[in-house]
Design a protein around this ligand. Structure first.
Ligand SMILES: [Zn+2]
Length: 260
């Protein structure tokens, strides 16, 4: 890739992230490419997203429960206001009110969305365990250095498989809010490359295990095998009926294909 300055050589540089949310300044750093001529840094979008997700993860874990943090975690959970309003049985205006400090935030709604965010970062866990997380009572520090979780969807799939115990296919699809059959196709590809393998499960559902120990090593092996970690997956079809009825599900898949 040639830079605007005409130079095509790249050197590695450090990029420092810094963002203040709800009184805490979150910092992180990552290796990025920079131009050997003018030093201009190229920051991939997936890295920016990873930083925002890392912040959302910390907020979901520690709180505080507030209008500002609610907006952050809702966005990280990939929920539109209207969609969340439907889930909670409130109007989108109610949610806008929570996020705009016009109404006191609903703690139950906050905890639900926080659980969804943590599911998508750490893998699904029982809700009770999530709600008992003691860290939320700890006051937030003024500055907090955070690690960046994998940004791209394929990277997130691999990270969840490497870090959580026995995720079934539907657990993974739910946690990441992606279409299950598209996820299955991806997992089959990753298995062909010797990165993951299906494991027998007590139930009828298939689980997947990593063939390399640890998330970082698995991601490295994937890159070496030529996997594009940023490859996206289509979102899950909203609505329970679409999920349980194979015909509706197929219709949903067609709808997504034609509309994208
Ligand atoms: Zn340049």
């Amino acid at each position: 890739m040639t830079c605007r300055c005409g130079e095509s050589g790249r050197v590695q540089a450090k990029h420092f992230f810094r963002r203040t949310v709800a009184g805490t300044t979150f910092t992180s750093d990552a290796d990025v490419d920079s131009c050997a001529g003018c030093g201009e840094v190229h920051i991939p979008a997936s890295l920016m997203i990873a930083f925002e997700r890392a912040i959302a993860g910390e907020l979901a874990r520690r709180g505080p429960v507030s209008d500002e943090t609610f907006r952050w975690i809702r966005k990280a959970a990939g929920l539109e206001r209207g969609e969340l309003a439907q889930i909670l049985g409130v109007t989108p205006e109610t949610i806008a009110g929570w996020e705009g400090e016009r109404r006191p935030i609903d703690r139950a709604a906050w905890l639900l969305v926080a659980s969804m965010v943590l599911d998508s970062i750490e893998g699904p866990r029982p809700v009770r365990a999530r709600l008992k997380a003691p860290q939320r009572k700890v006051a937030s520090p003024p500055e907090l250095a955070i690690g960046l979780p994998a940004g791209g969807m394929t990277a997130r799939v691999l990270t969840l498989i490497a870090s959580s115990a026995r995720c079934s296919e539907s657990d993974l699809a739910d946690a990441l809010d992606v279409d299950e059959s598209a996820l299955q196709a991806l997992l089959r590809d990753l298995a062909t490359l010797g990165l993951v393998s299906p494991t027998p499960n007590a139930g009828t559902e298939r689980s997947w295990a990593p063939l390399t120990e640890g998330p970082a090593a698995l991601l490295r092996a994937a890159v070496e095998a030529g996997v594009d970690l940023d490859t996206p997956l289509p979102r899950a079809t909203p609505g329970e009926t679409a999920k349980s009825d194979p015909r509706l599900r197929a219709a949903g898949a067609t709808w997504r294909l034609t509309s994208s």
